[in-house]
Design a binder for this molecule. Structure first.
Ligand code: UT7
Length: 306
């Protein structure tokens, strides 16, 4: 008996900001943003707990269960509603449940961390039978809307997955790490906005993700050729292309939403997962790689059999 994803749900706030909207406020262009990042629009005005609750509710419905079947809630976020209580407690409250919950901050890599943590909890003695793993981030509230280096990139959203014990599905390999000495290239202080050295983050991200996927595949005893589906963190399409080219993975195996979501931090992997599900790409036995990176230069990869 191992663990599978039984249901997926997403949430995106209604308000859309297109590249053309940004052109009105700053020295940038739709052409530049699309060419340098692959992003066409992003959603803004989201609240982490509200988006997380909507995504969670849909994931629970999609799994064909009720909220009381959930025995633990893990929320990956770097934009909690407040310092405390943990935003996951408010999502649990919204679902009408009182099981354990906690927030995880591994920035944009958070969903991969949450997935592996849930898996470990569920396999530990007396561990939960069903865990809700959510990635929800309201990046628009910490973006400096006058800084063209970051305002073009980020957006709000949430995605959630119900993990449950089942004979189908497995975690085959994992790789996690941080480079805490690189704080200065991507950070956000309390009551402040995102500071990012985009070019430096880009280079580090390509290297870190490539190596991390290699490590996780090695651990799983698999090669790039065995991968059916890649669910990469959606920061910049050129990062995804560079990683795929280095690993010899066709871009067709990646599922991308960033054209209409921008970089939604911890939400981006489950948003890509929902897109892959809609495309019919996630079937029992499918080999799926989820990989993310972000501030702290935290990176994380899980290789999963669907
Ligand atoms: O998810 C968390 C991790 N974050 C990331 O992964 C982000 C990684 N970084 C990136 O995605 C890219 O670095 C950006 C999309 C943010 C920027 O793209 P870039 O190709 O690295 O641009 P750059 O910063 O190297 O700037 C190139 C040029 C510069 O002009 P000069 O110095 O060559 O004359 C910039 O001033 O483009 C200029 N520029 C812009 N022009 C129009 C920078 N931002 C903009 C803009 N519109 N928004």
């Amino acid at each position: 008996m191992t663990i599978r994803i039984a249901g997926i749900g997403i949430s995106l706030p209604e308000k859309v900001v297109t590249n053309l909207d940004l052109e009105q406020h700053m020295d940038t262009s739709d052409e530049w943003i699309r060419e340098r990042s692959g992003i066409g629009a992003r959603r803004v005005g989201g609240i982490t707990s509200e988006m997380g609750l909507e995504a969670a509710t849909k994931a629970i419905e999609n799994a064909g269960i009720t909220p009381t079947d959930i025995e633990f809630v893990l929320l990956a976020t770097c934009t909690p509603d407040q310092i405390f209580p943990a935003t996951s407690t408010q999502i649990a409250h919204g679902l009408g449940i009182t099981c354990g919950s906690m927030d995880i901050n591994a920035a944009c890599a958070g969903f991969a961390y949450g997935y592996a943590a849930a898996f470990g909890m569920m396999l530990s003695p007396g561990g939960p039978d069903r865990v809700l793993v959510i990635g929800s981030d309201a990046m628009s509230k910490i973006v400096d809307w006058t800084d063209r280096g970051t305002a073009i990139l980020f957006g709000d959203g949430a995605g959630a997955a119900v993990l449950e014990r089942h004979e189908q599905g497995d975690l085959l390999g994992q790789d996690f790490g941080v480079a805490g000495d690189l704080r200065e290239i991507l950070y956000c202080d309390h009551e402040d906005t995102i500071v990012m050295e985009g070019r430096e983050v880009f280079k580090r991200a390509v290297r870190a993700v490539t190596q991390s996927v290699k490590n996780a595949l090695d651990q799983a005893g698999l090669t790039s050729a065995d991968i059916d589906v890649v669910l990469p963190h959606q920061a910049n399409i050129r990062i995804i292309e560079a990683v795929c080219s280095r690993l010899d993975i066709p871009m067709e195996k990646t599922h991308n939403v960033l054209e209409h979501t921008g970089n939604t931090s911890a939400a981006s992997i489950p948003l890509a997962m929902a897109a892959a599900q809609d495309a019919g790409a996630l079937q029992p036995g499918t080999i799926v790689v989820m990989t993310g990176f972000g501030a702290g230069m935290a990176w994380g990869t899980v290789v999963v059999r669907w």
